[in-house]
Design a binder for this molecule. Sequence first.
Ligand code: NAG
Ligand code: NAG
Length: 418
Amino acid sequence: MFPPFLLTTIAFGLFTASFSSASPDPTPFQISVPAESIDLLHQKLALTTFPDELVDVDRDYGVPLEDLKRLVSCWKDTFDWRAQEAALNAELPQYTVDIDVDGFDTLNVHFVHQRSSEPNAIPLLFVHGWPGSFLEVRKVLPLLTEGSPSFHVVALSLPGFGFSEAPRRKGFGLPQFAEVGNKLMVALGYDKYVTQGGDWGSLITRSMGFLYGNDSHVVASHTNFPQGIQPDGDEQPYTDIEEARLARTEWYETEGMGYYSEQSTQPQTLGYALADSPAGLLAWIYEKLINWTDNYPWEDDEVLTWVSIYYFSRAGPAASTRVYYEFEKNVDFKKMLYGTRLDVPTGLSHFPKEIRASPDAWYDVLYNVVFSSQHDHGGHFAAHENPQVLVNDVKRMFGTDGPLADVLVQLKTESMHN
Ligand SMILES: *[C@@H]1O[C@H](CO)[C@@H](O)[C@H](O)[C@H]1NC(C)=O
Ligand SMILES: *[C@@H]1O[C@H](CO)[C@@H](O)[C@H](O)[C@H]1NC(C)=O
């Protein structure tokens, strides 16, 4: 489960941060949605045409009409975006910075950056996925930046999500998202760092491991959405937990991938509905918030804040779907991600309502697994649904009793002598 590994070549001074003079300085950022956009949202919500619905279907055919009507009227009448915006601005230190992407445009990228009060804290890049956003770092931020070990946390809005610009050309796939993540960390003076990701964040941080791993930038990685493939000579029977993971994957693949097919084949067509109809966007995302969590008690304001980040996003919500298309079209890179073992030491956290999961041995095919933790409750949005549990795993992995202790102790001693 915890194979030994050596990381003798990591350069010292990992935990020092100096702002690189070559990159343009980050600009402080506050969310400030124009009043006209909020007015337009209210007008559109007031004009919503709802579909009919079959009787006695519960959630079998998708989001229930009653739920959507309640959320739409709340969004229109009682939800206070300005209060949510002010709370986000107060809690999350945000910035933007221009990043040149090789072969693509320069993109203005939005991110949260909070340093720990511990100068030798570990730099950590947090990467969200779909239908998530930088918002997912909100609950883990105060937990990660305090205590021991503690982290200097950076959480970006992926290009096309939240308040980052979207790519303007086709072909902007996982290697480009990975490039943005690495260039952001280097621009902030974090030449060596660790990563944490779920959903696309898991595949993007995995891509970063291949492109910027070994002793170059990415020192270690943690994910709550690990990818597995069946090894040759796979040993059975599986444990009950492993059987449950496969059953959940079967459910996802047969009942839960409609969104994936459209977003990975003709995302532009879907984009008209998402961009024009806040009720349509809400239903599209709300379905996943419910079906990918473990009886999490979503509050209406919480759902609406989450979806408002998409509605008010810089590029509009259509841009967030294209990552699926680019991922499926870049066949060689996908094959590499699912066919090559990554050397970067990786920690895995397993939550039972994750949408796709494997028996433990399947992960060893693709990762250098140094930490693994199974939980009996929780789902896909671990940082939001189980923030303390996720942070406990990350702290165990990077703590003094964890599998990376030798590397960390050596580095801390060294940086104290600098
Ligand atoms: C890391 O090392 C492996 C194996 O030596 C190599 O194939 C890979 O290209 C290296 N990656 C980086 C980013 O240096
Ligand atoms: C989505 O979640 C709800 C509530 O847990 C459930 O009733 C419904 O069957 C789920 N949908 C699918 C396709 O599994």
